[in-house]
Design a protein around this ligand. Structure first.
Ligand code: NAD
Ligand code: ZN
Length: 266
């Protein structure tokens, strides 16, 4: 009798299985792999991506920096919303995609993860913090927009739980916000330069779960390719770099990375 789950399992799709063989062949000869990750690697942990129907963009309208600075009402709404969502952020766990990348890292095959994500899940999965380049900052920390001091998000959440629902900087009184990058805001100092440098040195870039359209981050896989690295794109939907990639694997990142890691590091 047919097992119904086998009908839908991605690895039972012959073309995906062939792509996985090809991914293994490309990866097996490489010694310096860099993963470039986007929101799609974290959807299997329950965090919506950016552009899907339930994506952050469709369901929330993040304030602009100018509005955030000038309008106390905007800050109050932001912090109330963050208070409600914090328990979800704090309880999210890495999935098998994050864990597979850590396996490659521990085997000495992966040198860096360059991520557009702000969720901290690569570090939770065991990649050393100095090997994760967060291009768009982190939601795990809160910063003062005036003096740039930082706190971990948990301590600010605790202040809210104690009744300070729109917390300000304890040192200078400036406005506090998650240490993430808003539209129109520059990336953290030196982040893109470091990302480009790392990408020029690797011999394989795995671009995982990214639409590859958010600039300047999306330059990174292209620069890696132009500098001589192989480029493999693992993503559910099309990207503008599919045509230049050595391989495109269209399927869920978790099972694809898990299978790859088990083959490379048995
Ligand atoms: P994006 O939403 O533009 O693209 C995500 C891509 O991942 C899509 O092309 C989608 O088809 C694909 N995808 C979704 N689930 C997948 C899965 N299970 N396996 C393989 N592919 C999958 O994301 P982006 O390119 O990272 O750009 C979005 C911006 O939003 C980034 O700047 C990021 O900072 C921010 N963001 C971060 C998070 C997070 O930290 N987890 C979540 C949402 C948005
Ligand atoms: Zn301050």
């Amino acid at each position: 009798m047919l097992n119904p789950s086998s009908l839908v399992h991605p690895l039972n799709d012959p073309s995906l299985a062939a792509d996985l063989d090809r991914l293994f062949e490309i990866t097996a000869s490489k010694r310096d792999i860099v993963a470039f990750t986007g929101a799609g690697i974290s959807t299997e942990s329950g965090i919506p991506d950016y552009r899907g129907p339930n994506g952050v963009w469709a369901t929330q309208n993040p304030p602009t920096l100018g509005d955030f600075r000038s309008n106390p009402e905007t800050r109050r709404e932001y912090w109330e919303n963050r208070f409600e969502r914090y328990p979800v952020l704090a309880s999210t766990r890495p999935n098998e995609g994050h864990i597979a990348l850590t396996r490659l890292r521990k085997a000495g095959l992966l040198s860096y993860v360059i991520t557009q994500n702000i969720d901290g899940l690569h570090q939770d999965a065991g990649i050393e913090p100095d090997r994760v380049l967060e291009l768009h900052g982190t939601a795990r920390e809160v910063k003062c927009l005036d003096c740039d001091r930082r706190w971990d998000a948990e301590s600010i959440h605790q202040r809210q739980a104690d009744g300070d629902m729109a917390p300000g900087c304890e040192v200078c009184g400036g406005p506090l916000r998650a240490a993430t990058v808003l539209f129109g805001e520059p990336l953290p100092n030196g982040a893109i330069e470091s990302g480009l440098e790392i990408s020029r040195q690797c011999d394989l870039m795995l671009a995982v779960g990214s639409s590859l359209i958010v600039q300047p981050a999306a330059k990174i896989p292209l620069v890696a390719k132009r500098a001589g690295a192989a480029l493999a794109i693992l993503n559910l939907s099309e990207t503008p770099l599919d045509a230049v990639a050595d391989l495109v694997v269209r399927g869920p990142a978790g099972i694809i990375l898990k299978t790859l890691a088990h083959r490379l590091v048995p």
